[in-house]
Design a protein around this ligand. Structure first.
Ligand SMILES: [Zn+2]
Length: 229
């Protein structure tokens, strides 16, 4: 099964995405937030419909630059809203959490970092509590905000601005993958400890995307690709 992650659309379409999806066998497209640039919500359905037309499933979390009503708009476009949600299929488990820790820009989807920590902890803990560890799975945490102090949260000025709450939850539950976005210039795949690959595809208009190829059990590969490549 192949998953393509994209992020930070900010209302700007990219024809290379549809070309890529029509030429490659992708099962699921995951959008890690900031689909719009503070609205309009009508863009959500226009954009997601075009991806669905490429014969892929679509899942998304909201970003801090998406307005109120974004989760409803995602669901009404026939995509799955992963915000504060767990979804399991085949050998993959997805945990989703949108928004971001506070920014200097006072954007609509900001959440206090201790609340992010509590909510993400609960998502991961709930699964940990009920799941059978004997069954190998690829656990993927889908967030808009990147975890603090990684390749994914480094700004142009050299500051790490990611979420300490997400970092702490990753330390505690060690999902195999965290796909995120939010910091446009921090397009990267890096690692937390030895357990977790952290991938930020960057802005869609810059042609960044992360390809996750799920194998048997808990096997997978993860790679940064260029949609114009
Ligand atoms: Zn953002």
């Amino acid at each position: 099964m192949k998953i393509l992650a994209i992020s930070d659309v900010h209302g700007e379409d990219n024809e290379n995405l549809y070309k890529y999806l029509n030429n490659n066998d992708i099962d699921i497209v995951i959008i890690t937030g900031d689909i719009t640039n503070f609205g309009p919500l009508e863009f959500v359905d226009e954009f997601i419909s075009k991806i669905l037309d490429c014969d892929c499933e679509v899942m998304a979390v909201p970003g801090n630059c998406d307005p109120a009503g974004i989760c409803k708009a995602i669901r009404e476009s026939d995509a799955i809203c992963l915000h504060n949600n767990i979804l399991s299929f085949d050998n993959v488990v997805l945990f989703g959490y949108g928004g971001s820790n506070p920014t200097p820009f006072d954007t609509p989807g900001e959440i206090q970092d201790n609340k992010i920590y509590g909510d993400v902890y609960e998502l991961l803990a709930n699964y940990d509590f009920v799941a059978n560890d004997e069954v190998p799975k690829v656990k993927i945490l889908v967030t808009h905000a990147p975890p603090y102090n990684t390749g994914a949260d480094l700004t142009e000025s050299g500051d790490h601005v990611g979420s300490q709450g997400i970092l702490k939850s990753i330390h505690e539950f060690q999902p195999q993958i965290n796909i995120c976005g939010h910091i446009h210039e921090a397009k990267s795949i890096s690692k937390i400890g030895t357990t977790t690959d952290v991938a930020n595809p960057g802005m869609l208009k810059d042609n960044g995307a992360v390809l996750i190829d799920i194998g048997e059990g808990s096997d997978y590969t993860i790679n940064m690709i260029s949609l114009d490549g």
